[in-house]
Design a protein. Structure first.
Length: 285
C-alpha cells in the first residue's frame, strides 16, 4: 500500500497560481545537448558538451574582450534613415522601428574603445539580431569612423563580423559601404596600424567581400559559416555537389582564407598576442 494517497482527483492548483518555468534557464545546442544558461555564460557562451559556439552579439563580445567590461562607445546615436522610401511586405522605417524595440540597439554594429590586456583596442562588433546584421549606411559609417579613431590615436582596430550581407532596403547605398570601409582599412595599413578581422557565424555577402577578408590577421571561431553566397545558392548556380564542410571556418582555413581558428575562451589572449607580434612589442602575459 502506498504511503501517499490523493484525497481529491484532478489538478487542484488554480490558473492564477500556476507558474511557468522561466525562459532562459537552459540552452539546447543544434546537436541536441542541453546546457544550463549560467554554465554556458561562464564558458564564454560555448557549449561544454560539444564545443558549439552559440551566436552572441556586441554586448557579450565586449564583455569577453575589454578588461572588466569597461569601454567607451563611439557614435552610439547614429541611426538609419530611409532615403529610398523602401517598402516590400513592410515599410523599411517600420522594420527599423521594430528592430530597435526588439533588440535595444540603434543598428547592426556597435563600435567602442577600451583596454584589452591593459592596452587600447578599438572594436567594431556586428549584431546579427538587428535585421540579420545587414550592412547599411550606418554600419559602414560607424566602421569608417571607428577606423578614423584608430588612425588618429594610433590604436589597433578589430572588426567582429556577423552578417547576412548588404542591406537590400538601402540598395546601392549599402553597396557603397564596401568601398568606403575598404578605403579606411587601406589607410590603417599605410599607417602601420594593425587590423584584426574576426569572422563569426555567419559572415556572408558584402561583408565577406569587403572588410571581413582584409585583416592583417583573418581569424574565425570554430564551425562558423563564411562565404559570399550561401551554400544553397552556390549549389543551384554551379549545378554541382559541394565538398563536405563547404564554407565552414575549418574548410576556409584548409584552403588558405584564414590564418587560424580560435576557441572563444582563447580569443582575448590570441588577439593581443598577434597585435604584440605585429607591432614588435613585448608579449603581454
Amino acid at each position: 500500500m502506498a504511503w501517499f494517497k490523493r484525497k481529491e482527483k484532478g489538478i487542484q492548483t488554480s490558473t492564477e497560481e500556476k507558474r511557468d518555468t522561466p525562459k532562459g534557464l537552459w540552452y539546447k545546442s543544434p546537436t541536441g545537448k542541453i546546457v544550463d544558461s549560467e554554465e554556458l555564460m561562464k564558458n564564454f557562451y560555448v557549449s561544454p558538451e560539444d564545443g558549439y559556439h552559440v551566436r552572441i552579439g556586441s554586448k557579450e563580445y565586449f564583455e569577453i574582450l575589454f578588461d572588466d567590461d569597461k569601454f567607451k562607445e563611439l557614435d552610439k546615436n547614429l541611426t538609419s534613415k530611409d532615403p529610398l522610401k523602401f517598402e516590400d511586405s513592410k515599410k523599411y522605417v517600420d522594420r527599423l522601428k521594430a528592430a530597435k524595440e526588439k533588440t535595444g540597439l540603434k543598428d547592426a554594429v556597435r563600435t567602442a574603445v577600451g583596454k584589452s590586456k591593459g592596452k587600447d583596442l578599438v572594436i567594431a562588433c556586428m549584431d546579427f539580431k538587428f535585421i540579420g546584421g545587414s550592412m547599411g549606411s550606418v554600419v559602414g559609417e560607424k566602421i569608417a569612423r571607428a577606423a578614423d579613431y584608430s588612425l588618429k590615436n594610433n590604436i589597433p582596430f578589430m572588426i567582429i563580423s556577423k552578417s547576412g550581407g548588404a542591406r537590400m532596403m538601402e540598395a546601392a547605398l549599402s553597396l557603397m559601404q564596401l568601398a568606403k570601409t575598404s578605403a579606411k582599412l587601406a589607410q590603417l595599413a599605410d599607417a602601420g596600424i594593425p587590423y584584426i578581422s574576426l569572422c563569426t557565424d555567419p559572415t556572408t555577402g558584402g561583408t565577406t567581400a569587403s572588410f571581413a577578408m582584409l585583416g592583417d590577421i583573418n581569424i574565425s571561431e570554430p564551425g562558423a559559416l563564411i562565404g559570399f553566397a550561401g551554400p544553397r545558392v552556390v549549389r543551384d548556380t554551379t549545378g554541382k555537389d559541394l565538398p563536405e564542410g563547404f564554407q565552414t571556418s575549418e574548410f576556409l582555413l584548409e584552403h588558405g582564407f584564414l590564418d587560424f581558428i580560435s576557441h572563444r575562451k582563447e580569443l582575448k589572449n590570441k588577439i593581443n598576442l598577434y597585435i604584440d607580434l605585429i607591432q614588435n612589442q613585448p608579449i603581454r602575459a
